[in-house]
Design a protein around this ligand. Structure first.
Ligand code: HEC
Ligand code: HEC
Length: 316
């Protein structure tokens, strides 16, 4: 190699090193960007789904710092109704939920998927907005709910029997709101408060509720399943007071009616629900109906005459 050749060789090596350095620098700079996009699917895990059900207010609630992530207006968590983040079998347990979809929904008048059903709870029970179906949050929740179905498959018949809800026989009378208030004052206020507002995490409301509100601005809206007196009465009889449910049918019926007679967020466009009005559950608290019973009777009973009317209608 002569001096000239040596010079150009050094130049080539230096150029290569420089190029390499630029490439490495560029890769380093680009890496976080790439990682971020790669994270979208990897964050959508069952574990994240479980957290979303348990810490909904913290992750999707009105106090979340990123306004784009504020999907629920209420500070409830899904777990306020689906106890133990849905793991507890029995009333409103989610272990069998995944297997129920896709299915026809009278409320929407069409086929619904598990994602549609989660969004119904987002919009009604959580008084919020639907999550995009391809969002990591929805994918994670669906994955988590699916993982619970394995647990369901492993449940033996005797275990299943142990978690069957206690029988609830609808009293053959209208619910008594005054009696319901008495039950509430005696059995519910210790946790849910005398004003039904529950107990917000003292350190920081972003953590949501220690004891959830039963009515008021932060509660489920008028379109929620829990706003139906019979749904609420069955849940309350099976689950409340939390840990030692001991109400009889009359008490559960009256206190459910009392809770649901209290103010809560109004869901708009409820008249569009149940396009086939004959599929509307008798205890739906809003019209229009395919019958002439007064709204008051649909809200508080007695329900047997309404049930008899629809039984006759389907027999014809
Ligand atoms: C205020 C109470 C409440 C809250 C909060 C709530 N749900 Fe629900 N959820 C219900 C009721 C009531 C039903 C109807 C159960 C039925 O049809 O028997 C239901 C049904 C469901 C179902 C269908 C279950 C099945 O077996 O078909 C899924 C899935 C579900 N909820 C997920 C969620 C998720 C996820 C959240 C939070 C984003 C949530 N729910 C929040 C009350 C609630
Ligand atoms: C020992 C405390 C305690 C008592 C007493 C109690 N609850 Fe609850 N309740 C809870 C907790 C906690 C939850 C949420 C579930 C969870 O976080 O595990 C809940 C959830 C609920 C829910 C669904 C969520 C919501 O915000 O609407 C209803 C409805 C309810 N309770 C009604 C009642 C009624 C009616 C009584 C009285 C008969 C009652 N509870 C008594 C602790 C209690």
């Amino acid at each position: 190699m002569n001096e000239n050749e040596k010079g150009s060789m050094t130049f080539i090596i230096l150029a290569c090193l420089a190029l390499g350095a630029i490439t490495i620098a560029a890769t380093l700079k680009l890496a976080p960007e790439k990682e971020r996009t790669a994270k979208v699917p990897s964050i959508a895990t069952e574990e994240y789904g479980k957290r979303l059900l348990g810490q909904t207010a913290e992750l999707l609630g009105p106090d979340v710092s990123d306004p784009k992530m504020r999907f629920t207006k209420s500070r409830l968590s899904c777990g306020a109704c689906h106890l133990g983040t849905g793991t507890e079998p029995g009333t409103l347990g989610l272990p069998p939920a995944f297997g129920h979809y896709p299915r026809f929904s009278g409320r929407t008048g069409g086929q619904t998927t598990i994602e549609d059903r989660v969004n119904e709870c987002m919009v009604r029970s959580m008084n919020g907005k639907p999550l995009p179906k391809d969002s990591p949050q929805m994918i994670a929740m669906a994955a988590y709910i699916r993982s619970l179905s394995d647990q369901d498959a492993a449940t033996g018949a005797s275990q299943r029997k142990a978690h069957e809800p206690p029988p609830f026989k609808t009293p053959t009378r209208a619910a008594n709101l005054d009696a319901g208030k008495t039950v509430f004052m005696q059995h519910c206020t210790a946790c849910h408060g005398t004003d039904g507002a529950g107990l917000l995490a003292a350190a920081n409301p972003i953590h949501g509720y220690v004891f959830p509100p039963l009515w008021g601005a932060d509660s489920f809206n008028t379109g929620a399943g829990m706003h139906r007196v019979l749904t609420a009465a069955r849940f309350i009889k099976a689950r409340m007071p939390l840990g030692k449910p001991d109400l009889n049918d009359d008490q559960a019926f009256d206190v459910a009616a009392f809770v649901n007679s209290q103010p809560r967020p109004e869901m708009p466009n409820l008249e569009a629900d149940y396009p086939d009005r004959k599929t509307k559950p008798v205890d739906t608290g809003y019209g229009p109906f395919a019958d002439d019973f007064p709204l008051e009777q649909h809200r508080y009973g007695p329900f047997q005459p309404i049930e008899a009317y629809y039984k006759k209608l389907t027999k014809k």
